[in-house]
Design a protein around this ligand. Structure first.
Ligand SMILES: Nc1ncnc2c1ncn2[C@@H]1O[C@H](COP(=O)(O)OP(=O)(O)O)[C@@H](O)[C@H]1O
Ligand SMILES: [Mg+2]
Length: 409
């Protein structure tokens, strides 16, 4: 994490690791080496969203970041910012400057133009690259991507508009082996999930605890990527099966996270729907403390489970056409139906649920359950220790990253 003994310098590649971030007062120099363009860590499923969250965590806790770009990395990002999501988010930070070492013809203006190009990016269904990013900025010169927001009303697009977006993306995956007959079954649930997740960033992750827009950086977005997903807990028969070709959607934000947003609703009123509830055991802690060392892990996790199950009573096991559930529980339910995967990193929690084929299926309601037979319990498994049901405590991060993975075959 240190370069030649300088404590406040790091590389953009450090964000793709788990090493502790240097929270120092003042200025941080971040080098963007040429190796960033080819570093294979970014090919690993799920890494990019976590790296973005670490960058946003650092950026909102230090005064200033100074990005020092290698010539090749600068040239690439300037020509196609949306296909380099982590570097693209770096371009959007308000408390940062950018310079290219060794190439004076590349100026701050070129980086600004790259940022504008990113913000006006439209998802491309041909996916000439395996990944692409849409970014929303909420603080100072707000900017909302056309694909997700209606330009004139500045409101999140309707679900049917999300459906056309998703249809184009799915249709384009036929070359990657996507079975055409799955298309009609996947289009609506995928659109619903992405709509719910983006709506959540809009409802819960743009503002501070007191309701003012987050500063200096209020950044949200969605990444789309083609990946190969390994099973976490394969059954014996599928142990040697190759990883599954999937489409991965990552929705990230720089907000206050699940625990604090739940707490805010509990104490200041509801963003949407019925008032939130907590059990007696959590009530005292959550009313007293923002997320931090005073909050025991089991209370943080209990609140996250509350979030996951908030609308679970609206779910029905076999949805009729036109009927759907709501919120995060609907995301879990749909992923079970699609044999996909769910992952969330917020606060100190990093959990997942996998319903991939060939995976040991855990934490499901019994088939004899009256309300939700065979449906997922609103619980998570530990993402870092895949054999543990108890969630281990991770470094506290800002905001939330949710990753949903949908099999293409
Ligand atoms: N991106 C997010 N940032 C912070 N909190 C979130 C986010 N998404 C969801 N939450 C929390 O999870 C709870 C449940 O979300 P959801 O099931 O979508 O229901 P609703 O949005 O109707 O409250 C929210 O009330 C909120 O406290
Ligand atoms: Mg919601």
């Amino acid at each position: 994490m240190t370069t030649a003994g300088v404590t406040n310098a790091l590389s953009l590649l450090d964000f793709a690791t788990n090493s502790p971030l240097p929270f120092v007062a003042g200025r941080i120099v971040v080098e963007v080496p040429e190796a960033y363009l080819t570093d294979e860590r970014f090919e690993h499923a799920g890494i990019e969203g976590l790296a973005i969250q670490r960058l946003l965590t650092l950026a909102n806790s230090v005064e200033y970041l100074n990005f020092s770009w290698s010539v090749l990395a600068a040239k690439r990002i300037i020509s196609s910012p949306a296909v380099y999501p982590l570097a693209a988010v770096a371009l959007c930070l308000k408390n940062a400057s950018h310079e290219c070492v060794g190439e004076e013809s590349i100026t701050a203006n070129d980086f600004l133009r790259a940022q504008q190009k990113l913000l006006s990016y439209r998802l491309s269904s041909d996916m000439f690259s395996d990944r692409q990013a849409l970014v929303c900025l909420d603080y100072q010169n707000p900017s909302l991507p056309f694909d997700l927001y209606d330009e004139s009303s500045k409101r999140l697009r309707r679900e049917d508009e999300f459906e056309s977006l998703v249809e184009d993306l799915l249709f384009a995956q036929r070359g990657a082996g996507f079975k055409a007959e799955k298309l009609p079954n996947f289009r609506l649930p995928l659109a619903v999930m992405l709509h719910e997740l983006m709506e959540n960033t809009d409802d819960h992750a743009r503002t501070n605890y007191d309701g003012s827009v987050l500063r200096p950086n209020a950044v949200r977005g969605m990444l789309v990527k083609r990946i190969f997903q390994y099973r976490k807990l394969p059954t014996r028969e599928s142990e040697k099966s190759p990883p599954i070709p999937c489409l991965e959607f990552t929705v990230f934000d720089s907000g206050i996270g699940y625990y604090n947003s739940y707490r805010r609703q509990l104490m200041k009123g509801q963003a949407r729907g019925e008032p939130v509830e907590v059990g007696d055991r959590q009530a005292e802690i959550i009313r007293k403390y923002e997320l931090g060392a005073e909050v025991p892990m089991d209370v943080e996790y209990a609140i996250l489970q509350k979030c996951l199950s908030r609308h679970s009573n609206r779910a029905i096991p076999d949805p009729r056409p036109g009927h759907r559930g709501l919120g995060l529980y609907e995301v879990l339910r749909s992923l079970k139906m699609m044999q996909g995967m769910f992952e969330v990193r917020t606060g100190r929690i990093h959990g997942y649920r996998s319903f991939l084929s060939g995976e040991i299926q855990l934490q499901l309601e019994p088939e004899t359950s009256k309300d939700r037979p065979g449906m997922p319990k609103a619980s998570l498994l530990d993402a870092t220790d895949r054999f543990s049901h108890k969630l281990t405590s991770q470094q506290l991060v800002r905001g939330t990253v949710v990753r949903i993975v949908v099999p293409l075959i």
